[in-house]
Design a protein around this ligand. Structure first.
Ligand code: ZN
Length: 175
């Protein structure tokens, strides 16, 4: 199966995507509340094409298009979008995973899934950001405070912080 390459995402698209995800703590599943396939996998329309939500989330969180690999869940919850519950596997690995879940899971969570060091911001910065974001776009607030735009979205949305290469993408897409 061939996957469509992930197009450039505008900050509006990214915000629209994250607005449909119930962000929880890092260990919990973040459920997709938008459109779903019959199997329960999130679907997101971009430029007239349907994309898998987990593939987009993977891309946004790790800065890398998962193609040609599958995005698999360590938690086995199809609608889950927690980047920490996603890992890349081949079709074979994915099937294997479903069949022998218990055994495979421990192995898969141990793999180097997280490619980006997380950047933590202190509470003061977070509070300032949240305050600013009420009066302007998150992107602008992030620029003012010198916070990574992606992290800013995370902080404003749910208090999580991830660092990824997204800021270039966001700024080059002209918001
Ligand atoms: Zn999950």
């Amino acid at each position: 199966m061939k996957y469509l390459p992930i197009p450039v995402l505008t900050s509006t698209c990214i915000a629209r995507l994250w607005n449909r995800i119930q962000c929880q703590s890092d260990t919990e599943c973040w459920l997709w509340t938008g459109a779903k396939s019959k199997q329960g996998y999130g679907r997101f329309k971009l430029k007239g094409q349907l994309f898998s939500v987990t593939r987009l989330v993977y891309f946004l969180s790790y800065g890398k298009d998962p193609a040609p690999k599958h995005v698999c869940h360590t938690c086995d919850v199809p609608g889950c979008c927690n980047p920490k519950h996603l890992w890349l596997g081949t079709a074979g690995e994915n099937n294997n995973d479903s069949v022998q879940k218990g055994r495979y899971e421990r192995k898969s969570t141990a793999r180097r899934g997280i490619r980006h060091p997380q950047q933590k911001y202190n509470e003061q910065v977070k509070q300032q950001l949240q305050k600013l974001a009420m009066t302007m776009t998150v992107k602008r607030a992030a620029e003012i405070l010198g916070v990574n735009v992606w992290s800013a979205y995370q902080i404003v949305r749910c208090g999580h912080t991830y660092k990824c290469g997204l800021e270039q993408l966001v700024s080059s897409s002209g918001s």
